[in-house]
Ligand binder design. Sequence first.
Ligand SMILES: NC(=O)c1ccc[n+]([C@@H]2O[C@H](COP(=O)([O-])OP(=O)(O)OC[C@H]3O[C@@H](n4cnc5c(N)ncnc54)[C@H](OP(=O)(O)O)[C@@H]3O)[C@@H](O)[C@H]2O)c1
Length: 132
Amino acid sequence: MKGSNVPPSVNQVEFNPFLHQKELLDFCNGQGIAIEAYAPLTTGNKLKHPVLLELSQAYSKSPAQVLLRWGLQRDLIVLPRSSKTERISENIHVFDFEISGKDMARLDALNENFRAHGNPNDPDLIRSLPNW
Ligand SMILES: NC(=O)c1ccc[n+]([C@@H]2O[C@H](COP(=O)([O-])OP(=O)(O)OC[C@H]3O[C@@H](n4cnc5c(N)ncnc54)[C@H](OP(=O)(O)O)[C@@H]3O)[C@@H](O)[C@H]2O)c1
């Protein structure tokens, strides 16, 4: 925002309940910037977490669908990736159920600053990027 007089419309960052960047989300919401969540499925790392398995059973949805629905209900643009037709279809079918406020709060509380990808604030990572 300091580098341009055109405000950004979308900020694409890693985001899921296990990396619940609430401060960033609140800031972007306040500025009218949409957050687009990459790795919304934790790249598969947390799909067997007991809370996800419990909610998956309660809502008759897969753990992946619960994660995606959480993102939608937190007003994120969710960007899951799958190489499998049946999973792409599964990942689309998240508009026919709603996670309760109580269960949303349980998912919010799963934050552990888990990153499947690097931290963009990590100086080593920044140094390793091509010089654009
Ligand atoms: N802007 C950036 O810096 C940045 C960084 C990272 C990623 N991204 C983008 O964000 C998108 C998603 O990120 P990501 O691929 O890292 O993470 P992700 O979407 O959280 O996870 C993808 C992994 O989850 C598996 N998966 C997908 N659907 C599933 C389901 N329903 N049940 C179980 N497993 C499932 C996939 O395996 P299968 O393929 O075997 O289904 C794949 O291994 C990508 O398209 C990528 O281009 C952007």
